[in-house]
Design a protein around this ligand. Structure first.
Ligand code: PLP
Length: 464
């Protein structure tokens, strides 16, 4: 295994935009790629942490050259996030204002990141399709139309998007692989990567296969594999999958498509991190899962390349968070077959955050804020619940007693708790919630955890 010291020394750059592109290629040796050799191009190592840095530079350059973007003007774009981050990087360096319209399924981290970089973020609905005035691309187009200083970048219909990949990503892959590449696996967001890299690789080697990785619910995989037009569904993977065909997309380059479920994508991205140490975004899970299917189907050894499109730090609170995976049904836990299955954070498995009666109120507030929770059980040294401290108890403590911070939670908690047994029915929860209380599930032996209104909502939602 080589060490960092054996890599060539990186040059000194004089502007962050010079660091875009020329990303490393990594061979993945620990994933089961059948008879194939599997390589990933680390687009997450661009300064904006995604492949979109490449197109943002090219599209802004093209807009400047065409005169559509004037000095100090406003860039508007509709994006799942990464293009927005890349544009924010460029806008910041070149002195443009930036407005980004994002569908409301995007991760909080992406939105906070955009705002921190100085972009104005407009959130819009993710449950409406193209043509609806609230669809993110239509919203962006309208914002740009209403402002004479604004230019709508529109990556979905912008030839400079494809050009960036034809001129940079494609040639880099070709050179890094020494011209020996049998297949390239890619997803479609705007279609720029598949169209640009695909065209370049096909020109160099017409037998190089371009394989599409598509989320289940997207309209592309059925179109490629069966020529079938289907109604779009929904998916959670961010950045790829389509409910319409972007004008720059050249699907004719694609030989075969794999439709990958959210569950498989998330588990594959988690496996990639555990086995290979690569922290990648959710769409990479889709790409890698499709790549592994392709590789394992092969009879001959092939050299297969896919992309690490973005960095996974933005998904730490989602697919890399076990609770998020459980809450969203992507990790199945052992079930009890009774009301204990409604408990979101199981006490016996040490998933919950409890307080001891003597802990100071200031400390309890700190934990509530740190873990974003509104209530905690107060347990004694025999692990029995002696009270509940929730937000209203804390609020009352702060209002009524100026010195409460250093006093024990015992003085302010609600001691009359609503205990129910594991054998209770879901209906038994209703009067408890109607009285604005929290259910404590316990029997003679154990305290199992709390059930709150949101837990019941989630349980009923999953039943639908
Ligand atoms: C996060 C992400 N964005 C974008 C792309 C490709 O996008 P586009 O079709 O816009 O080039 C991919 C994957 O290929 C991706 O994973």
């Amino acid at each position: 295994m080589s060490s960092a010291r054996s890599a060539p020394i990186a040059p000194v750059f004089h502007n962050i935009l010079e660091m875009i592109g020329n990303t490393p290629m990594l061979e993945l040796k620990r994933m089961d790629a059948g008879p194939c050799q599997l390589f990933v191009k680390m687009e997450s190592m661009n300064p904006g942490n995604s492949i979109k840095d490449r197109i943002a530079v090219t599209m802004v350059d093209a807009a400047e050259k065409s005169g559509k973007l004037k000095k100090g003007g406003r860039i508007v774009e509709a994006t799942a996030g990464n293009t927005g981050l890349a544009l924010a990087l460029i806008a910041g360096q070149k002195g443009y204002r930036l407005t980004v319209v994002v569908p409301d399924k995007m991760s909080d981290e992406k939105i906070s990141h955009l705002r921190a970089m100085g972009a104005e973020v407009v959130l819009t609905r993710s449950d409406v399709a193209k043509g609806n005035p609230e669809y993110y691309q239509d919203v962006a187009e309208k914002i740009a139309k209403d402002d004479p200083d604004a230019h709508y970048i529109n990556q979905f219909a912008n030839d400079a998007n494809t050009q960036a990949h034809y001129e940079t990503t494609g040639p880099e892959i070709w050179e890094q692989m020494d011209g020996k590449i049998d297949a390239f696996v890619v997803g479609v967001g705007s279609g720029g990567t598949v169209s640009g890299v695909g065209r370049f690789l096909k020109e160099r080697n017409p037998s190089c296969e371009i394989i599409l990785a598509d989320p289940v619910g997207s309209i592309l995989a059925p179109l490629v594999n069966e020529g079938k037009q289907v109604q779009p569904g929904s998916w959670l993977v961010e950045g790829i999958g389509e409910d319409f065909i972007p004008s720059i997309l050249h699907l004719d380059l694609v030989t075969k498509a794999f439709a990958i479920s959210d569950a498989e994508a998330f588990h594959t991205a988690r496996e990639l991190l555990k086995k290979e140490g690569v922290l990648a975004g959710s769409s990479v899970g889709t790409l890698l899962a499709a790549t592994l299917h392709y590789c394992r189907e092969q009879k001959e050894p092939k050299r297969v390349v896919t992309l690490i499109c973005d960095n996974g730090a933005k998904y730490l609170s989602k697919m890399f968070n076990d609770f998020w995976m459980v809450d969203n049904g992507f990790i199945a836990r052992p079930t009890y077959g009774d009301i204990r299955d409604l408990i979101a954070r199981r006490h016996l498995e040490k998933e919950d955050f409890c307080l001891t009666p003597t802990i100071p109120v200031a400390q309890a507030i700190k934990r509530m804020r740190m873990f974003s929770i509104s209530q905690m059980a107060v347990v004694d040294d025999k692990d029995r619940v002696v009270g509940i401290l929730d937000e209203s108890d804390v609020l009352m403590a702060l209002v009524r007693d100026r010195d409460c911070a250093n006093k024990p939670v015992l003085d302010f908690m609600t001691s009359r708790v609503e205990t129910i047994r594991p054998t209770a029915s879901v209906n038994d929860l209703v009067p408890i919630f109607r009285a604005d209380r929290i259910a404590v599930v316990s029997d003679e032996k154990h305290f199992y955890g709390l059930i709150t209104k949101i837990d019941l909502i989630n349980y009923l939602r999953k039943q639908l």
